[in-house]
Design a protein around this ligand. Structure first.
Ligand SMILES: [Mg+2]
Length: 381
């Protein structure tokens, strides 16, 4: 079959960059140690080219999405228009220089949206799915876990657990918070209810200090949980190193990191067993791949973080997962929000969870068709 957009030796020039700030009410609030989220936002980045190819990307922008859109259109766009969309490395470096100081924060999240769109263009121009451009591992499906049993009362937590088991998930994440005694009780209770054949892990969203984390770690070890996610604040690297020595459950973190250098210390000494960058935060596909590759060198697994994100973030993560040898398992949100349900038209069955797996799209680029009516509908005015 002829690729939709045959590869060309000519440059594919960027003609426009449009940032669409989108907002929605979640179908079901997410309840974590940080609080309850019922409204959430992202920015959809549209990159247009003179070859007629349009790439789409996603920026994690949970709050103030219009501020992100402004940053993309005023600081990044002038560095992109007129350039060859396929020089992703050079464009990334140029965008990085649009603000001074250490790399992080809104700038890297904004770059993420553009970077994902550029990979989408590269794939469409080559007639290949992004997973193959990244050096695919050849799998048609990738393993996911259900996210998540919320930090809600016992009866509701039991219902959520049961629902995920009934939907066929063999692995399920549980949110924990304070008080510690309650968290330990929840850990034991859900293990008993799930039985030994369901894989369980927890996410604390930085709820604990070191002493509390050690206590929760003991409960996790006693109940056979497979990882302890973000027990401490991401800056507390010394705490993570100490916890590693005193906790026999693998530690997972990384969704709060923006760039590879921020994960360096905890990966290099293998404090973390699992690194979880979010592609819509960590500089897009280019920087997330650097992080995952670096983790792989140190026998640390790569497990993509997806949190209250849209279909583009999810799909870009599936392509990375399908391309990287140290991929372990990806997060899968079970309550499909408008950002996932409405923003793109998917092949039947594609990206819909089946027995704890998701399909890897096979079309060129990211392999999704954006529903521009939904973009208009969800756009923040
Ligand atoms: Mg998390």
């Amino acid at each position: 079959m002829e690729p939709a957009h045959p590869a060309t030796k000519e440059a594919i020039r960027i003609t426009d960059v449009i940032a669409h700030p989108l907002s929605q009410t979640l179908p079901k609030p997410t309840v974590t140690s940080w609080g309850t989220y019922s409204q959430v936002s992202i920015v959809l980045v549209e990159v247009r080219t003179d070859a007629g190819i349009i790439g789409v990307g996603e920026t994690l922008a949970r709050f103030s999405p219009k501020a992100y859109a402004e940053l993309i259109e005023t600081s990044l766009k002038p560095r992109l228009v007129g350039q060859d969309a396929r020089n992703i490395g050079a464009l990334w470096q140029s965008m990085r220089r649009s603000l001074s100081g250490r790399a992080g924060g809104m700038l890297i999240e904004a770059i993420a949206g553009v970077d994902i769109a550029l990979w989408d263009i590269l794939g469409k121009a080559a007639g290949l799915p992004v997973a193959k451009l990244l050096g695919g591992m050849g799998g048609e499906r990738i393993d996911v876990y259900a996210a998540a049993v919320n930090w809600v009362d016992d009866a509701e937590a039991d219902r959520e657990l049961e629902r995920y088991i009934n939907e066929g998930f063999p692995r399920i994440k549980v949110k924990v918070a304070n008080p510690v005694k309650e968290a330990c009780r929840r850990i034991e209770r859900l293990r008993k209810r799930a039985g030994d054949d369901i894989g369980l892990c927890v996410d604390a969203n930085w709820a604990y200090n070191l002493d509390e984390a050690i206590e929760v770690g003991r409960a996790l070890g006693a109940n056979g949980y497979f990882w302890f996610e973000e027990p401490l604040a991401p800056e507390n690297e010394q705490g993570y190193e100490e916890l590693r020595k005193r906790c026999d459950v693998p530690i997972a973190a990384g969704e709060s990191n923006f760039t590879a250098d921020q994960a360096q210390r905890l990966v290099a000494n293998r404090t973390l067993s699992v690194l979880q960058p979010d592609v819509a935060r960590a500089g897009g596909i280019s920087e997330t791949r650097r992080m995952a590759d670096y983790a792989g060198l140190h026998d640390v697994a790569y497990a993509p973080h997806i949190g209250m994100s849209g279909i583009i973030c999810e799909t870009a993560s599936v392509h990375l997962a399908a391309a990287l040898p140290n991929f372990r398992v990806m997060e899968c949100e079970c309550d499909l929000s408008p950002f996932k349900r409405e923003l793109a038209d998917l092949d039947p069955g594609c990206l819909r969870q089946r027995n704890g797996t998701l399909d890897v799209p096979t079309g060129p680029g990211l392999g999704i068709e954006i529903n521009w009516d939904a973009v208009k509908r969800l756009r923040v005015q």
